[in-house]
Design a protein around this ligand. Structure first.
Ligand code: 5GP
Length: 193
């Protein structure tokens, strides 16, 4: 998505530790009109899929998921929660996800009430790096016996392994922008063609 690449170049900040900050439109302040455009783009990319739910993980995925839902006839959005307790409960699907940006492992849960075997799920998130978040979300969908219809990512860091892992597993993955390289000294960012 050309407009996204341009926005990343204009507003993105490359931080030490291989982290791209896009707080200006995605991770702190939300550019609602722009997220709406991204939602429309996901609809185009996954137009042939049957989608009954959109799944993401709190917090940064929620805005994208909600705006994407608007373009899928307002199907419900479910966001996986980072659990404060590690209580195993019969009412919840559980998984563990290592957070790339916070360098800690979270217990992540979804209530069984909101995901079931009849669901066709589009998973969306803001970033794809090593793939831990996405593999965790896929695992939750499988626990529910539901089907992963596709994976939609706003920004894939293509030089990390997540994208290759998800594609090798056979999932339909679409990223609106794929970063080929970024440099925290020069702030230079290049995209995959
Ligand atoms: P992964 O699990 O694929 O290694 O990392 C994806 C998760 O980490 C996303 O949910 C996202 O919130 C966060 N993340 C990974 N890399 C970046 C980054 O460069 N910038 C920001 N803002 N978040 C990132």
């Amino acid at each position: 998505m050309k407009a996204l690449e341009e926005k990343i170049l204009k507003e993105g900040i490359v931080k030490e530790g291989n982290v791209l900050k896009v707080d200006n439109f995605l991770n702190h302040q939300i550019d609602v009109a722009f997220l709406d455009q991204m939602g429309a783009e996901f609809r185009k990319l996954f137009h042939e899929k049957k989608v009954t739910k959109i799944l993401t993980i709190e917090a940064s995925g929620i805005g994208v998921a909600v705006m994407t839902s608007k373009h899928f006839d307002y199907v419900p959005v479910v966001f996986a929660k980072k659990s404060k307790t590690s209580n195993i409960s019969d009412e919840l699907y559980h998984t563990k996800i290592h957070s790339y940006t916070h360098q800690k492992t979270n217990d992540v849960v979804v209530s069984k009430q909101y995901l079931n075997k009849d669901d066709h799920v589009l998973i969306v998130d803001d970033f794809l790096a090593n793939g831990c978040a996405m593999l965790g979300l896929i695992n939750l969908v499988h626990q529910a016996g539901a089907k992963v219809e596709g994976v939609g990512i706003v920004i894939e860091k293509g030089y990390q392994e997540g994208g290759a892992k998800i594609r090798e597993l056979g999932y339909h993955l679409e990223s609106l922008a794929i970063i080929e390289s970024m440099n925290d000294q020069t702030c230079e960012i290049t995209f995959r063609k």
